[in-house]
Design a protein around this ligand. Structure first.
Ligand SMILES: [Zn+2]
Length: 137
């Protein structure tokens, strides 16, 4: 089925719902952080939208800043003991890290799909990259 039959879905909506960036129905994940090989609804291959270490980079950047800020706050303002400070910080990391990784993984897959489309789109679908003609440059 051609991707032009599907509505355009915002990458942020994909990131929050963890659904297929093409149809918006099929689940993106098998387990917490494992991406399905393909959409169960429309058949879009997620394997061609590998985002590499991008989600880990953004998660480390944002969570590192937030958790170090929390730790400094707990130390300076609340004056908690080292053990309580570490348990709050590590607990926050363990709770927020999978959520952040899922969000950024979904978001980057949706961005990559929006920019590059799928392999079947390369033959002229709605998301196919437009190659400028000789006189347009
Ligand atoms: Zn789909």
């Amino acid at each position: 089925m051609a991707s032009s039959a599907y509505p355009i879905i915002s990458p942020l909506k994909t990131a929050f719902t963890h659904r297929c960036p093409q149809c918006g129905v099929g689940a993106l994940y098998v387990r917490v952080l494992k991406i399905r090989p393909a959409c169960t609804h429309c058949g879009l291959s997620f394997a061609e939208h590998d985002v590499g270490d991008g989600p880990a980079f953004f998660t480390i950047l944002i969570l590192g800043f937030a958790v170090v800020g929390l730790s400094i706050y707990l130390e300076v303002v609340m004056q908690l003991s080292l053990l309580k400070n570490l348990s709050f910080s590590i607990g926050a990391l363990l709770l927020l890290m999978p959520m952040c990784l899922r969000f950024f993984k979904s978001y980057l897959i949706a961005i990559k799909y929006k920019l590059h489309g799928s392999q079947e789109d390369m033959s002229g679908g709605a998301h196919a990259p437009r190659i400028p003609k000789k006189g347009e440059l």
